[in-house]
Design a protein around this ligand. Sequence first.
Ligand SMILES: [Zn+2]
Ligand SMILES: [Zn+2]
Length: 318
Amino acid sequence: MSGLTLLLIIPVFLLIAVFVDMVHTGSETQSLAIQSDVTFYTAKDIEDNIPILTEKILQKATNNVVETGNPLDDSSDYIKNDLQEGISQLSQKYQNSEHINVTCKIWSVNPTQDPFKIEVNSTVYVQKGNIAHKEHISQNISIMDSNYPVQDPLPFIKCKNYGKMANTSTKILYGSSLASLLKAKHLKNANVYENATSPLFIKKCPYDPYIGHGNPPYFVVLKNCIDTGYFHESSDGSCFLCRLEGKVTCPHYGFETFIAPSNSSNSTLMFAPCSSEHVIFDDHVYSGKGIVYYLDKSNYLKLFLDNGHRQKYGLPKY
Ligand SMILES: [Zn+2]
Ligand SMILES: [Zn+2]
């Protein structure tokens, strides 16, 4: 080989070396991209599972309170602990099947500005090889998912020991329990609540603004609201987490509903305990004047409402 040929060959070797190195780097980058995809999608999967797990846990915890009539001591803590257990089991599955290191810490479960949602705060950490993905997540989770409907636990806590109640339809059927509770408090006309009903599952009233409940003709919106069984946003009624603890009022923004007396053949409009549940279950029950919202032959459907609630729902004051 002549000196000139050698001089020409050297750059060719150098070029090949650079090219090989480039290919090598390229494949490494590609593998890093796959790994970061895996960590990203695993974190996303954990994140997507938090609301579903929360809803399941909330439903189960509520069913238990409804069944026993026993309130939870600390509902946020209870749900947080159950959620931590569920999400840790899910993380472990990743560890076992895909050798991905996954941890998820549930920090807190709180009420939110929207009383039909609860907030869950967590941190997800996913690591595979030399790629790690860490994310702080705050999720507002609905308590109205039709896949996991939750019952209103408060009446079952409050009426425990006062008689049988049924939760076999879309309504709570109080039987004699509520009337007995009110009689035990020596309240006047407590008997109007014999066989009263209220909504069983938490559903937000779509008739917003609420003042339209009193729109003419008659009270057709109010009747639809009561028949379907809706709850209304309220700063007086307790939030869902506090309901699980048996609290009638709380510092959080909450909701309220009507407890409807059964139909009556008596048209007389007297005063009776106020048909708003946060009033009826409170230690200091005040009364409201009867309002007939539906009349069928000699069957009168009435609520008993104070002027404050009448104003909120656009009903005539007395
Ligand atoms: Zn309504
Ligand atoms: Zn609360």
